[in-house]
Design a protein around this ligand. Structure first.
Ligand code: FPP
Length: 253
């Protein structure tokens, strides 16, 4: 309950999650190849990470490559993986200087070995960062993550390491890729699409949702501020009544 009180009272989300959408349309509007939209999308990632550090946001989750994105043309997949590799190399020192700790979630076994190694190196090198945890969701899909967690749990039950009656929401959460991370408070999706597309479905159960028509390459600190202002004006109830919320607030004042 203490966590809930903190969340009700906090004007800034502790954990912001973003579905970065609209790179392809941004490029198409300009008669450019889709990859130009993704390149511009990486520039936005760099801007938004900076803005989050400045705002004091502690966790930022970015949906960078979904399990379904493996179905895209090979050329686009390769280009996205190339951008990821460049991002890791070019941002390494900046992440260290700014106290950004990198974390990766998703089914990483589907990524190439060099990329897996580069990600593991970046996670290790930045592990002492204590300003912002940047969580990149790669080869990620919520259903896949939940299924992997369910299999781990089933295995523990079969092997006698877990009593099925001990299984509750908290224990289940620990088996997700995000086991040690707080749940998102605010989820933003750009480009006018209004759906979650298999991103953090379990974790976003109580997240505030914010949708904007702005395409990801055009998203910037000012657009982020609009989302944060909107978030701070919302009343988070967590299934409680107004009276209960008021009592909780009075208790903490
Ligand atoms: C959605 O746009 C975006 C993606 C599928 C990939 C997002 C990737 C990046 C921003 C770059 C890589 C990130 C890092 C951290 C290096 P879309 O292609 O679906 O756009 P559309 O819906 O307009 O076609």
């Amino acid at each position: 309950m203490t966590d809930e009180i903190n969340m009700i009272k906090s004007p800034i989300p502790e954990h912001l999650a973003i579905i970065m959408d609209g790179n392809g349309r941004w490029a198409k509007q300009r008669g450019l190849p889709r990859i130009s939209g993704h390149q511009q999308g990486v520039e936005t990632v760099i801007r938004v990470v900076d803005a989050c550090v400045k705002q004091g946001i502690r966790y930022l989750s970015l949906f960078a490559f979904s399990s379904e994105n493996w179905g895209r043309p090979r050329q686009e997949i390769d280009a996205l993986m190339g951008l990821l590799t460049q991002f890791l190399a070019s941002q390494r020192q900046k992440m260290l200087d700014d106290g950004v700790r990198l974390r990766v979630i998703g089914d990483l076994s589907r990524l190439s070995e060099p990329i897996q190694t580069a990600l593991a190196d970046a996670e290790r090198e930045t592990s002492q960062g204590n300003a912002l945890t940047l969580i990149l969701a790669l080869s990620y899909g919520s259903r896949d993550e939940i299924m992997r967690a369910a299999k781990q749990i089933a295995r523990q039950v079969v092997e006698g390491d877990l009593d099925i009656d001990q299984l509750d929401n908290k224990t289940f959460s620990l088996h997700l890729d995000t086991g040690d991370l707080p749940e998102p408070d605010l989820m933003i999706r750009t480009s006018g699409e209004v759906r979650l597309s298999n991103f953090l479905l379990w974790q976003a159960a109580y997240a505030e949702l914010y949708f904007t028509d702005v395409l990801w390459p055009d998203f910037d600190a000012a657009e982020l501020q609009k989302a944060l202002d909107d978030y701070s004006s919302r009343k988070r109830r967590f299934g409680l009544t107004d009276e209960q919320l008021q009592a909780l607030e009075e208790k903490t004042n």
